[in-house]
Design a protein around this ligand. Structure first.
Ligand code: ADP
Ligand code: MG
Length: 319
């Protein structure tokens, strides 16, 4: 008996590395950002690699810079002909159009040419001229994104337009990963795509996950608040993620579709919490453009949870 107990004790000593409930995280660089998937049971670990592979192929099909991708082909054929795309890509583009219309155009996926002009990643950035901006802004109209549901085709009605799903892609990808994990029997997981966090299920003790919202200061790793999240995504748009500075002025990567210039709405960070990751992503971008009052109005209209931080550091919650 004593020997059995000692043996059991020794076995338990070696168990901590494979405890149920212990997080297991896999990282991969994708969609221009660090991505990770965390699962909490040993059996779930096997699901991570196939889900990453699904994510990888989805990410490359919506990558406008990847030659031959669905979005690349749509852009190559702008003003020429409709392009047939895969079902998930078609659905996402249809979603992007619908969400653009529901926020009065503040989210607009047709501004790829303007993002290229601003080139926020350039080692040698410059401020474009008013004329350069207005030339590229002129054709930007969500109705020029023409979709054929039956043929699964997408057509850009003006050759100057460039489809860019950067403002919605990560939110959609998070939701896709969560659905795929769930199909493989995983009940709880955290998918983090560069700060776009998708929570599957609840914490091992049954309580909701807590997601920290990053303090919007460059280089800061602290959180200004946390939000509860269960079977939902928390998506943040901020002016501190991708930008350049010239003469003390910050030019960041979220453009106002009404001006073609970086949005100046008085907000520095917007987080949207929703079971619909694509919506959370598109709305976070749109709210950043719209500013506090107009965004709160939409939150009331659609019953949405969002948390805003203003340039003065004031934190406002819609719920
Ligand atoms: P991130 O992708 O950095 O998490 P966002 O979701 O806010 O942040 O998306 C910003 C990206 O979306 C930009 O890099 C650009 O590709 C694109 N974009 C910029 N402004 C808009 C806009 N008003 N509507 C739709 N997409 C936008
Ligand atoms: Mg977004």
């Amino acid at each position: 008996m004593l020997r059995a107990c000692i043996l059991m004790f020794i076995c338990l000593l070696f168990l901590p590395s494979c405890h149920e409930g212990e997080p297991y995280t896999v990282y991969e660089f994708m969609m221009d950002t660090q991505c990770s998937i965390t699962v909490y049971s040993r059996a779930d670990r096997e699901a991570v690699a196939p889900v990453f592979s699904t994510l990888r192929s989805f990410a490359s099909s919506i990558d406008r810079h990847e030659e031959g991708s669905d979005v690349w082909r749509i852009n190559e054929n702008a003003g020429i002909r409709p392009v047939e795309v895969s079902e998930p890509v078609f659905d996402l583009i249809a979603r992007a159009k619908e969400l653009s219309l529901s926020v009065g155009g503040a989210f607009n996926p047709l501004m790829g040419a303007l993002s290229d002009l601003w080139d926020f990643q350039s080692p040698d950035p410059r401020i474009p001229t008013e004329e350069e901006v207005s030339d590229l802004l002129e054709p930007v109209d969500i109705n020029a994104l023409v979709l054929d549901e039956d043929a699964h085709t997408v057509y850009l009605a003006d050759s100057r337009l460039v489809l860019d799903l950067g403002g919605i892609g990560k939110g959609a990808a998070g939701m896709l990963a969560s659905q795929e994990l769930s199909k493989l029997g995983v009940e709880r997981a955290i998918i983090n795509l560069g700060g776009n966090v998708c929570c599957l299920g609840s914490r091992p003790d049954g309580s909701p996950w807590r997601v920290g919202l990053q303090t919007p200061q460059t280089g800061s790793s602290g959180y200004f608040t946390t939000v509860s999240c269960q079977d939902a995504s928390v998506v943040t748009s901020g002016s501190y993620q991708r930008y350049f500075e010239i003469d003390g002025v910050r030019y960041h990567h979220i453009l106002d579709p009404s001006t073609g210039w970086p949005a100046r709405s008085g907000l520095v960070s917007v987080s949207v919490i929703s079971p619909d990751g694509a919506l959370a992503d598109a709305y976070a971008t749109a709210f950043f453009v719209l500013g506090l009052d107009a965004s709160m109005e939409i939150c009331r209209r659609d019953g949405l949870q969002a948390i805003f931080m203003t340039g003065e550091g004031e934190v406002v919650s819609s719920y």
